[in-house]
Design a protein. Structure first.
Length: 142
C-alpha cells in the first residue's frame, strides 16, 4: 500500500522515535556499565581463560561472522573486558547519531538515502552479533 500512496512519514517517524527511545536507554545502561567496569578489578582467572581461549576453533565450530568475530577476539584475546563495554557504548552512540538525522529528515517529510539506512542497519546487526559472540565465549569458558 505504501508503494501506491507513498511513504507514511508519521508512521516512519513513530518507528524511528521508538528506536531512538530504546537506544537512548541502552546507551545510558552501557554508560553505567563502562563506569562500573572501569572501577572493577579484573578476575584474573577469567582474564587468563580469555587470553588462552582457542578463538579460531570456536569460531569455526559456531560459524560466526568472521569479520565481527575478529573484533571480539581482538578484545577478549587480550582479556580486555572493559573494552567490550566501551565498544558497545560507542556502537549505540554511533547508531543514535544517525537515527537523530533520520528523525530530523522525517520531521520535514524527507527520507534518508537508502545507503544511510543500510549503514545504520549494518552497524546495528554487527553490534548485536558482537554482543552475542562475546556472551558465547563467556558461556563457553564458564
Amino acid at each position: 500500500m505504501a508503494a501506491l500512496n507513498g511513504l507514511n512519514y508519521e508512521e516512519a517517524l513513530r518507528i524511528v522515535n521508538s528506536a531512538v527511545y530504546n537506544l537512548e536507554r541502552a546507551r545510558a545502561t552501557y554508560f553505567k556499565l563502562t563506569i562500573l567496569a572501569d572501577i572493577t578489578p579484573y578476575e584474573l582467572t577469567v582474564q587468563s581463560q580469555l587470553v588462552n581461549f582457542d578463538y579460531t576453533d570456536f569460531q569455526e565450530g559456531k560459524g560466526f561472522n568472521p569479520n565481527v568475530y575478529k573484533v571480539v577476539e581482538g578484545f577478549l584475546g587480550k582479556g580486555d573486558i572493559r573494552g567490550v563495554y566501551h565498544k558497545l557504548y560507542n556502537d549505540v552512540s554511533w547508531i543514535l547519531g544517525r537515527l537523530y538525522r533520520v528523525k530530523a529528515g522525517l520531521e520535514k517529510n524527507e527520507l534518508a538515502a537508502i545507503s544511510e539506512l543500510w549503514s545504520i542497519h549494518q552497524q546495528y546487526a554487527d553490534s548485536i552479533f558482537f554482543g552475542q559472540y562475546v556472551v558465547a565465549v563467556f558461556f563457553d569458558i564458564k
